[in-house]
Structure formats: structure tokens, C-alpha cells
Design a protein. Structure first.
Length: 213
């Protein structure tokens, strides 16, 4: 995609949604880490349903350790892979206390040391909690980047690096939110809704999906 088209692509998404936010519910950087870790292979809606009561009770690593793994499982049993996720959340909570004074570090390498936290999760936390210009490539962004031609790559990291290079300065902070929401609600996996897409004329995808009869 040409630079001018990339700028226009983001400009239109920004015009439609000037202040995009994560759809995960959280209270502070710690609960954000937990929410994003729980969201792997799960929907934000499902995670939010499970964590509302949890975060009302637990909003620090110390409180999570006090709740314990079995107590956590009772809250998140509706989320896929909840057994392994509960184990990771308890382990990352312990590491935050032991290594970081109970605070979530604003550093990618440090975040990626935490059990259950990969590059995508780290990028979400850095962006949402600390205002850093990062690109958290999930399945939606990976699809949108490749399908539109905005950032083609065979791996999430390749797409991330291309987005980092191609995204103009005015849009860098919110770029990954616009792309996630675009992929979630318009540029859908099975049937993209091209007929109502604000950037259809800039997109490399063909043939464009017609409106339903």
C-alpha cells in the first residue's frame, strides 16, 4: 500500500472512531495484564463476564495470591484453557511481587518474562496501560494487514514490524485498536462486510463482498 493510501486508510478509521479503546474491562495495569492473558483463544466478552466479579475482589498481585489458584479457577472456569491460565496468573503474580515490587513493569522484555505473557500481550499492556506506540498483532490485525495490503507478512511478528514501519505518526498510538475493531466488526474472517467498509477502495482484497440481498 502506498504511503498516501496508508495515511488515508488510518484517517478514515480515526474519523469513524476518534478515541478507540480496548474492549477488555480492567481497573489498573495489573488487572489489564491478567485480562489480556486470559483472553488468549477466548473472546473479550467472555473474559469480561468472568472477570467482573474477580476484579471487584482482586486488583493486586498480593490479593491474587491470597485468592489462590483454586479460588481463581472458580471465577474463570467459563474461559477456555482456564486451568493453565489460572496457573500462569498465579505464577506471574508471584513474579511481580518477587521481582518488581508488585508493580507491572513498563518494559516489553520484563513483561515477556511473566508466565503466560507473550509479545502480543506485552504490546497490549504497553499501549493501553503506559501509552507506548506498540502494535499488538492478534488474529484480526494479522488478517486485516494481509488482506488489505496494509502490512503483509507470514507471521505476526512480520506484520507487526511492517505496521511499525508504515504507520504514520498521527495514528501510531491508536493504530492497533482501529485495526482490531475493523477486523472484528467489518473485515470479518469468513465474510468481510466490504459493502459498508470505509476503506474498501484502498484495500487490495478482491473480489469485494457484495451486500446481502
Amino acid at each position: 500500500m502506498k504511503k498516501a493510501d496508508t495515511f488515508e486508510f488510518y484517517r478514515r478509521l480515526a474519523e469513524a472512531d476518534p478515541h478507540p479503546e480496548t474492549e477488555l474491562e480492567y481497573r489498573n495495569p495489573y488487572t489489564l495484564v491478567v485480562a489480556v492473558a486470559l483472553s488468549a483463544q477466548a473472546t473479550d466478552i467472555g473474559v469480561n463476564k468472568a472477570t467482573r466479579a474477580l476484579f471487584a475482589e482482586v486488583d493486586t498481585p498480593a490479593k491474587m495470591l491470597a485468592l489462590g489458584e483454586e479460588g481463581l479457577k472458580r471465577h474463570i472456569r467459563t474461559i477456555g484453557l482456564f486451568n493453565s491460565k489460572a496457573k500462569n496468573v498465579i505464577a506471574l503474580s508471584r513474579m511481580l511481587i518477587d521481582d518488581y515490587g508488585g508493580e507491572v513493569p513498563a518494559d516489553r522484555a520484563a513483561l515477556e518474562r511473566l508466565p503466560g505473557v507473550g509479545r502480543k500481550t506485552a504490546n497490549v499492556v504497553l499501549n493501553v496501560a503506559f501509552g507506548q506506540e506498540t502494535f499488538a498483532v492478534d488474529t484480526h490485525i494479522f488478517r486485516v494487514g494481509n488482506r488489505t495490503g496494509l502490512a503483509k507478512g507470514k507471521t505476526p511478528l512480520a506484520v507487526e514490524l511492517k505496521l511499525d514501519k508504515a504507520t504514520p505518526a498521527p495514528f501510531r498510538l491508536h493504530a492497533h485498536h482501529w485495526l482490531i475493531l475493523h477486523g472484528r466488526y467489518i473485515c470479518k474472517a469468513r465474510r468481510p462486510e466490504c459493502w459498508r467498509c470505509p476503506v474498501a477502495d484502498l484495500c487490495a482484497y478482491t473480489p469485494k463482498t457484495p451486500a446481502p440481498a
